[in-house]
Design a protein around this ligand. Structure first.
Ligand SMILES: C[S@@+](CC[C@H](N)C(=O)[O-])C[C@H]1O[C@@H](n2cnc3c(N)ncnc32)[C@H](O)[C@@H]1O
Length: 299
């Protein structure tokens, strides 16, 4: 476990779904993100995790997988996802902190992370932890907020913004909200032993007056075309990158799934509503209640 765990942006009890998405005029953003995701994510597979899945906005994109983990720090948002998908045996609802993932090594064929990296105060540690749980040859589709976007460049040149969009380090523009430079992201993914590949630029037309004037379907089509330029230049506010995990490495032992987030010892079956760490020096217990696996804090 990280002895010095970075701060977490806590969405517990948040109205994120109704405040940000439902009826809030973000059909354009939702649709262009789905297009990018479908272009980069293998459509079928065994085990997929969405890291920071929130209320499961994108869960219907994962139905080609046999096991789907919706992982988030917010129990309440996971309960909203469960209210929608609860009866589907493919879905697992797991609460925890992405710096201490409660899974065995080499488990996931596919990992997806969208609209969440901007809350990572320590993205390099997160990448290292995700590399641990990725299956050999697995795919990691990451979306991040791009600091080198056109609006930021114009604001910087017009002296309306102090920070440089060209400087590689992340910028924390509001507490626990970071924008990242594509070069910095690729470098830290490589340091975690991922191989960053295809990049797509997304949400080029996220401009309120344009969204009011131009039909959503046309903006979506135009964005879909522009996404393909992402390997050459990145000036959009959102960037997707597809990463490959090395094909050599440890595959999860068949039948294993959860591991203690603290000491990483493999956990057995649920007994009396809890998972117990068998490591004698740890012995932490984790609550499983109404289908939600809760690794936020031990019992
Ligand atoms: C802006 S929401 C995005 C949700 C979803 N990916 C979507 O696009 O609809 C960010 C999510 O990241 C989650 N999150 C933030 N920090 C986290 C952490 N350290 N561990 C796990 N989840 C975290 C929040 O709880 C929240 O649900």
């Amino acid at each position: 476990m990280n002895t010095d765990t970075p701060p977490v942006c806590d969405y517990e009890g948040s109205d994120y779904r109704t405040r940000f998405w439902e009826g809030q005029g973000r059909e354009y953003e939702d649709q262009v993100e789905r297009i990018a995701l479908r272009r980069l994510m293998p459509p079928t597979g065994h085990t997929l995790i969405e890291i920071g899945a929130g209320f499961g906005r994108l869960a219907d994109e994962y139905l080609g997988y046999r096991q789907v983990v919706l992982f988030d720090y917010s129990r309440s948002l996971l309960r909203e996802a469960q209210a929608h998908w609860g009866g589907d045996p493919r879905f697992f609802y797991v609460a925890g902190n992405w710096y201490d993932m409660p899974f065995v090594n080499g488990l996931f064929d596919t990992m997806v992370q969208i609209r969440t990296l901007h809350h990572a105060a320590d993205a390099p540690s997160l990448f290292i932890e995700l590399a641990r749980i990725a299956a050999p040859g697995g795919t990691y589709v990451l979306e991040f907020a791009n600091k080198q976007n056109l609006k930021a460049i114009l604001r910087y040149w017009g002296k309306r913004q102090s920070w440089s969009p060209f400087a590689p380090d992340p910028v924390e523009f509001v507490a626990l909200n970071f924008d990242f430079h594509p070069r910095w992201i690729r470098q830290h993914l490589q340091q975690a032993h991922f191989t960053p590949g295809k990049m797509l630029t997304v949400s080029h037309y996220r401009i309120a007056p344009l969204k009011r004037l131009v039909p959503t379907s046309l903006l979506v089509t135009l964005d879909s075309l522009a996404q393909q330029t992402g390997n050459w230049w990145q000036l959009s506010p959102s960037v997707f990158v597809k990463n490959q995990h090395p094909s050599q490495g440890q595959t999860a032992v068949s039948g294993t799934f959860f591991a203690c987030p603290t000491c990483k010892t493999t956990l057995g079956d649920v007994e009396n509503g809890r998972l117990s760490c068998p490591n004698p020096t740890c012995q932490r217990q984790w609550r499983v209640e109404d289908g939600l696996y809760d690794f936020k804090e031990p019992i």
